[in-house]
Every structure is written in C-alpha cells, then in structure tokens.
Design a protein around this ligand. Structure first.
Ligand code: FES
Length: 281
C-alpha cells in the first residue's frame, strides 16, 4: 500500500500504540505465570515508551507546521485576529486513520491499565483477624523456647523467663515474659498475678515491635533496648519512659493442679506496636 509521506507519522503512531498494548498484555501474562522482575521492567518500559512515542507523533503531525509570530498589541481581540488564529489551525493537516489511531490509543491505555491492576495481588493475603490473636489459648501450658514445660517453681523471685504456648515455640507473636515478683510487691501491682507472684507480659514492645529483653528486678521494670522504652511492671507494664505509649499486654495465667503454669486465655488485646491500640470489636 502506498502511504503518502504526510501520513506516515499517523501510521507510526498507530504502530507505537499497538506495540504498547502488546507489551502491556505480555507483561500481564508474565506476571500471572510467576513474574520475572527484569523482564517485567523492560515490558513496562516498552508499554509506557510506546504510549509516549505515539502521543508525540500524533501531536507532531496534528499541529500546524512552521513558526507563528504574533506581535504584541493592545489587550483586546478583534475579529480579524480571531479569524487569523482560526485559519492558522485550519492549516493543520487532517489526521488520516483517525478511527484506527483512536482505537489503538484506547487499546494501549486499556492494556496498560490491566497490567497495572494485577500487581495488587502481590500485596499478599488479607490478614483478617489473625493480627488480633496469638497462639495462646485457655489452658495452654507455658514452655521454654526448647519446648520444656515450665513449673511455677522453676522461677526464683526476681527471675524472668521467655515462654511460649506449648506446641508453638516458634510463634513470634506469642513470645511472653514470665516474671516472678516478690510477694510484697508495691501497690497497685499488675492486675493478674498468681499467689506465687507470677505474672506474664507480651515480650513485643508496643512501640515498634522489638523484643523487650531486659528486666531489672530491683525496680521491677522492663526495658526495651531498641529505643529505651521502660515499662513499670508494678503498674501493669505502663510505659514510664521512651517512645512507647501503650502498656505491654498482660497474659492471664494460673498454676494448674500439676504445678505447671498455664494461660487462662489469649491476650485480651492485640500485642505489638501501637497501631493495634484498639479493641477486638
Ligand atoms: S521498639 Fe521498643 S522502644 Fe522502640
């Protein structure tokens, strides 16, 4: 087919839109079948580049050619100027294959839109209510990270132990500090403490989630080494210094008939950083 030279730009613009659309579709297919970051980046570049080239070519060939000089004059538009402007635009060459170009452009935009919707899947599964619960359940026995059951007598006064629910020794959100307080602990004391002085708090700092790793028995304070938050155990692990603003959640516990320390329930509130500082519905 013999294409006039003037219309070659329209044809190339259409080709650019088609290439862009194809690149977007291939990008979608590559993503759906497992993805390959370098290839996806290259295809996205072709898709956007094709659109840019197509739009640039259409603009270049639609605009009137040649320079236009307008003398600065009085700030009013007379009829003669208006006619001159209109006739200048009239000198622009009409676009050939207007329908083809419009469809190619629309196809390129639609395909790119499709390709950009799929990566939403990469955000992962919805967490649902998972983040509001840990693996602690009513009657969960406490074990060390090695899976050894914890008896009430295993801790001396002033001692601290990191414990997990039995069978879930790798559950990071369930890591808990079991403390043994002196029986003459000053008022008000933590709200849930056994007759033996045992109480337990989440080990996950409510500021940014670091493990609260240090316990000073003489002042009954827990320290988070990340940003130096301090939690007063006697006041229910209320933060008294540092950036944390929420107390460490306390795990309700008791000692069963065989002397093992067990949880009475899950934590009554979400553990971890303050984003979860809200109820469970
Ligand atoms: S994470 Fe504990 S103070 Fe920041």
């Amino acid at each position: 087919m013999n294409v006039p030279k003037d219309h070659a730009g329209d044809r190339w613009a259409g080709i650019a839109f088609v290439v862009s659309a194809l690149a977007s579709l291939v990008l979608t297919i590559v993503y759906v079948f497992g993805g390959q970051p370098q290839l996806e980046g290259a295809l996205l570049g072709v898709a956007l580049g094709g659109l840019a080239v197509g739009v640039a070519l259409v603009a270049k060939h639609m605009l009137p050619e040649g320079g236009e000089v307008q003398e600065r004059g009085p700030l009013f538009v007379d009829e003669e100027d208006r006619r001159e402007v209109l006739s200048a635009f009239g000198r622009g060459r009409p676009v050939a294959r207007r329908r083809f170009l419009a469809r190619a452009f629309g196809g390129a935009i639609a395909a790119l839109g499709l390709a950009t919707v799929f990566p939403i899947r990469s955000l992962g599964e919805r967490p649902g209510r998972l983040l509001f619960h840990t693996m602690w359940r009513t009657g969960s026995r406490m074990v060390t990270e090695n899976g050894d059951l914890v008896r009430a007598t295993d801790l001396t006064v002033g001692g601290v132990l990191t414990v997990f629910p039995q069978g879930h020794e790798r559950a990071a959100d369930s890591q808990t500090l079991l403390l043994r307080l002196p029986l003459d602990v000053q008022a008000p004391g933590p709200p849930d403490v056994t007759d033996d002085g045992l109480c337990a708090f989440s080990k996950i700092c409510t500021h940014a989630g670091c493990p609260v790793g240090l316990y000073q028995a003489s002042t009954q304070e827990l320290f988070c080494p990340c940003h130096q938050s301090i939690f007063d155990v006697r006041a229910g692990a209320e933060p008294t210094a540092g950036p944390a603003t929420r107390p460490l959640p306390q795990l309700p516990l008791e000692v069963d008939a065989e002397g093992y320390v067990v949880a009475k329930d899950d934590y009554p509130e979400p553990v971890g950083p303050g984003f979860w500082n809200r109820g469970r519905d």
